[in-house]
Every structure is written in C-alpha cells, then in structure tokens.
Design a protein around this ligand. Structure first.
Ligand SMILES: [Zn+2]
Length: 298
C-alpha cells in the first residue's frame, strides 16, 4: 500500500490522509495519535509515518469506537505501549470489539461477513476516559468536544486552529457515495453536525474526506442528514409499514446502490436511529401487529 505523506495543517497538526483520516499532533519529537485507521494495515500506515518523521507517540486518542477508527491501535501498542484515551461507552466497545457486529446484528451472534476488520477491530485497552472540556494530555493542551450521534459518545478535538471533527461531518464526495449517512442517534447527529458549522476554527478535519472550513463541511452533512430524515418520515407516514419496508423505500428514494450483508445491517441501524428520533419528535409511532413492527404517523 502506497503511503501518502502527511499534510501539515497547522504548527502542530499533521494529517495522514486516507480512507480514514488519522491526525498526528507533533511537538518536540513526540506525537499524540488521533485515531489509527482500520485493522493492521491502518496501524502499520501510522507506524510508517511516525518512523518517517522520526517521532514516537506519547498517547493514542480515540474519537469513537467504530472499528475503522481504532482498528490500528493494537498494532501501534505492540510497538509503543502508550496510554489510550477514549470517551465513556466507546471505551467499553474497544475493550470488547465483538460488541460492534453484535449490536449491528440486533444482538445476535454476528455472521462471519461482519467479523472482518471493517466492523470488528482487535481489542484495545483504554487507560483514561475523555470528557468534554479543556484537557491536558501528555503536556498537550487541547479541547475535547461532544459530537455524539454518529456514534453514541463520539468526541472531536480542537488543537491550534483545527477541529478534528471525526465522523460528525463528512466530505461532499463521501456523502454522494453514501447518501444514507450512518448514525446511531439521529437527533444528536444532526445537532452535532450543525454545531461544527458554528465553529470558528480555520479548518475542520472530517473522519472521511478532505479538510475544509467547518461551515461547508457542516452544511453538506446537515443537508444529507435532513434528506435522510425527510425520506424516512415520508416512507413511514404514507401508510403503516414494516420497518424493513421503510428501509427498502428509503434506499430507493436516495438511490442507494445494492448492498452486501454488512452494509444492510449498517443501513438498517441508521433507519432505526431516524425512526426513534422521529418518534421522539412526535412525528411517528411504532406498533406491534401480528409480530410485525409497524411504523406510521403518530
Ligand atoms: Zn464512524
């Protein structure tokens, strides 16, 4: 795998661009590593970049416990056993990564297709919990922000004049490719994306896609999330329908290409998140009829 050289975004913030963005915060020959990418390959990519820069990590920070963001931790930790930081809840998933495919498979034992590095990482220890607010980690001053929704306790990091926004926002090309934007708490996800748009940092780094000013990244993400929300509401208010039928209608309305089994589970989870949010907003109501979970207007 070719290694793309790091891109310096500010005095201390360096981006390792890739399918999943990794950020190094570098000062005096030491680095905070923010996320590590997917699987062993992700970890090796970060290791190569650190070696090429002649620096060693002093801590690994985790934005959220999706396998493609912390899957490289174990590989890095085998070489450098530095402290790992993660938000609460996410920390538990990192210690027991089977839980990610388990929750996506509705709690059942997950099928083999969902046990690869995309959805099931190697376990990672977590040594310290990240809470929103100013933090000093290994001598680095930064601010931790709550950007939950895409994942239940996802956080962003503000360092210099850069917001490392994780999957609170996505680049426009990523949104075009995945119009059914993955989320676990749709109301908080929408609020977090809008919050990013109000930041005054010079740059925001999405988890997937290219860095840009916060406002355009947020606008594109908010528009995509509102479109999903509207589409789910339309699918469930036209008549009283089965949750599976809602997913099929939403996929058709958003032009989502045919999916494999793991992505079906991701899309199903996303639709469930929007159904719950629409229920809380008083728009929809669930009911069980003849062992079918049906949704309709409240
Ligand atoms: Zn994610």
């Amino acid at each position: 795998m070719a290694t793309v050289p790091p891109v310096q975004l500010s005095e201390r913030v360096h981006l390792l661009p890739g399918a999943v963005n990794v950020v190094l915060v570098v000062e005096d020959g030491r680095a905070l590593v923010i996320d590590s990418g997917q699987g062993k390959d992700g970890g090796k990519r970060v290791r190569r970049a650190l070696d090429a820069m002649g620096i060693a990590p002093c801590a690994i920070l985790t934005s959220h416990a999706h396998a493609d963001h912390f899957g490289g931790h174990a590989t890095l930790l085998r070489r450098w056993r530095v402290p790992v930081h993660a938000p609460p809840i996410e920390a538990e998933l990192m210690r027991a990564p089977l839980l990610e495919p388990v929750y996506l498979a509705h709690g059942a034992s997950p099928p083999p297709e969902m046990r690869g590095p995309w959805l099931m990482a190697e376990p990672s220890p977590v040594d310290a919990l990240l809470h929103p607010g100013p933090a000093r980690i290994e001598g680095f001053d930064l601010v931790v922000h709550d950007v939950s929704g895409h994942a239940h306790r996802q956080v962003a990091f503000e360092i210099d004049d850069v917001l490392i926004a994780a999957d609170a926002v996505f680049g426009p090309a990523v949104l075009d490719r995945y119009p059914l934007v993955f989320g676990q708490d749709a109301a908080r996800q929408l609020a977090s994306a809008a919050w990013v748009g109000e930041r005054r940092t010079r740059l925001a780094v999405p988890g997937h896609g290219e860095p840009d000013a916060p406002a355009p990244l947020a606008q594109a993400t908010v528009a995509a999330l509102e479109r999903v929300r509207r589409t789910v509401a339309d699918a469930a208010t036209a008549d009283v329908v089965d949750a599976g039928e809602i997913l099929a209608r939403v996929a058709a309305a958003l032009d989502v290409p045919d999916v494999d089994l793991p992505r079906w589970h991701l899309n199903h989870t996303t639709v469930q998140a929007h159904l719950q949010a629409l229920r809380e907003a008083g728009v929809l109501r669930p009911r069980i009829v003849g062992h079918r979970l049906l949704w309709g207007a409240a």
